[in-house]
Design a protein around this ligand. Sequence first.
Ligand code: T1G
Length: 686
Amino acid sequence: MTVSIISENGIAVVTIDNPPVNALSQALRQALVEAVAKLDADAAVKAVVLICAGRTFIAGADVSEFGKPPQPPHLPDVVATIEGARKPWVAAIHGSALGGGLEVALGCAWRVAVASASLGLPEVKLGIIPGAGGTVRLPRLIGPAAAVELVTSGSPVDAKKAEGLGLVDAVIEGDLLAGAIAFANGAAGKTRPEPISSRAVAPVEAGFWEGAEKAVAAKAKREAAPLRALASVRRASETDFASAMAFERETFLDLRGSQQASALRHVFFAERAAPRPPELAGITPRDIRSAAVIGGGTMGAGIAAALRDAGLPVILIERDAAAVERGLANVRAIYDGSVKRGRMTQAIADARMAGVTDSGDYGLLADTDLIIEAVFEDLSVKRAVFEKLSVVCRPDAVLATNTSYLDPDAIGEGIAHPERFLGLHFFSPAHIMKLLEIVPTGTTAPDVLVTGFALARLLGKIPVRAGICDGFIGNRILKVTRAQAERLLLSGATPAAVDAAMRAFGLPMGPFEAQDLGGLDIAAFQRKAARERGEMPFAPVADRLCALKRYGQKTGGGWYDYQPGDRAPKLSDTVAAIIAEAAESRAQRAWDEAGIVDAILLPMVNEATCILEEHVALRAADIDLVKIHGYGFPRWRGGPMHYAEGRGLSEVVAVLDRLAADGLAEPPSDGLRRAAKAGGFSVLAG
Ligand code: T1G
């Protein structure tokens, strides 16, 4: 970490260089305070430009310091020192001015930015609020309404928007440093603006805060930080600067130690580590400049759109002309939907579509870099596809299957150059869902595996390496979720109670509602395959419902009943009767929310521990990412593994022992007992 100072013609340039993102470590905070003192004492200096080396302006406080006691100088004091400096400072922004970085800029007299810069206060995404004046200075600079939006959403704005808000004073065309020095020279001669801390806050209309509270609460759901951030902006708008700063700091420190903040930090670092797994460091991926998708159904079309959205030309292959037409229509429907929802212009949608070549001719793939198969989930159908690809594709082309349940080793058996083959398991809708399970076979080459991770970065996906087993990581755990949900029904709970408990825990929907949305027939298909393999999947009620062709919303009834055209679930007497019959000889009990959550979540953790022990997953954090980005597990809980560690693995083992004793769950695995003894899952990591 360095802070260098160069002075010329009365303008001092303070350059921060603290890779990778100029985070405000203790040392950097100290250096900034010293820089103010030094430059205040330098009579030749009339103004200061603060700029950063590397790819970005200050991206915030150093999040890796959060688990430790705060060290002086504290950031509010650093910002106050810059704001109180005798020479005016100009913040010169490129890349991202985020969190503490924007707060430092708010301490400066002026802010200038290049057009590509983005500015924001994302602290709520880390379960905290700004802690160095962001909620106090921002309403004084840009007004309460704009401040509320920035602080409670955590979403950044670009430089142009920031200029419109008054957050930056100028957008610099060309070289940032030269532009900032010119700006400083011009500004130094003018009256220095009033420090933001002493400015008044523009009044708001009656009812503004109540309206804002409703809107923020609706979006935040169970996340605590957005409403606390709103309260801090309100306090800042209704009281003096010093009391507002004290309120903000108290709130910040309180949230920083919270479970939600610890969970969101865990996810923050897990997401940043995921694209570059240490075990693959130093291996160069193969170039991917062109792609193809075999199969234009829901998954194939979504994958084609994801590839197009990343700028790759795509060839969409289907078995015949009619199927090709349908496939293309599926891709077009995705873009029409994005235009309709205002997420894309028609021009961009047309350009995306123009990059899709549809055909039934595999011969077109002779020079394609990456081919992803997404046809019907049947082994012989998939093998037939790879037999053809094996012949027409380049020996170094990467071949992938999007299977979610079949064994990639079996699918790829016998193809030429098997080292170029792997599983790439997308989640529906594939152009939206962030998760990508990357499944190497026994023969996948390391550079092909790395190419899967590089593809994920290109597509903006969260990649997780998964070993081969039935359902890989996510669906294997999902099977336990569903089996446990059924065990609850047979011991006295109802679908509505189970769904309500899981929603209250933070999931977007409960296991039964989710099955009705996705269709019960998909899981029935997998259970049939599992039984043919000699396994005994537990789904006594679901089996009965499928026998009655109750597949969910699409058939007007599944776990719930549905009126035509209405997706609202209605309690079903038919289902209640089937449950009562299946539960006949079983012990019944009263289930409260916490009991239901434990009976579903802790067996999931138990299964996840087996997955870790078998090295199907290499890290507990990977399992957390799978459940968060593929199955709607609440981020602010950190994922099932982080949640379990937070809860205490010994307690998890004890609850599971009790459930197992009552025949309501599998007993804790040896790995879980070992992890409980060791105080964490890292003892099991691959
Ligand atoms: N602290 C520590 N490390 C950080 C960091 C931070 N704030 N931001 C990024 N890193 C690391 C990251 O772990 C990775 O490490 C590397 O930098 C590159 O990150 C008082 C309290 C800036 C948009 O929330 O959004 O200020 O994996 O892969 O895609 O009010 O990083 O290479 O070892 O993400 O180019 C508020 C978080 C903090 C911004 C760059 N700030 N960072 O994206 O690179 S709270 C944030 C980002 C705060 C004050 C409060 C992004 C980025 P490694 P990357 P990128």
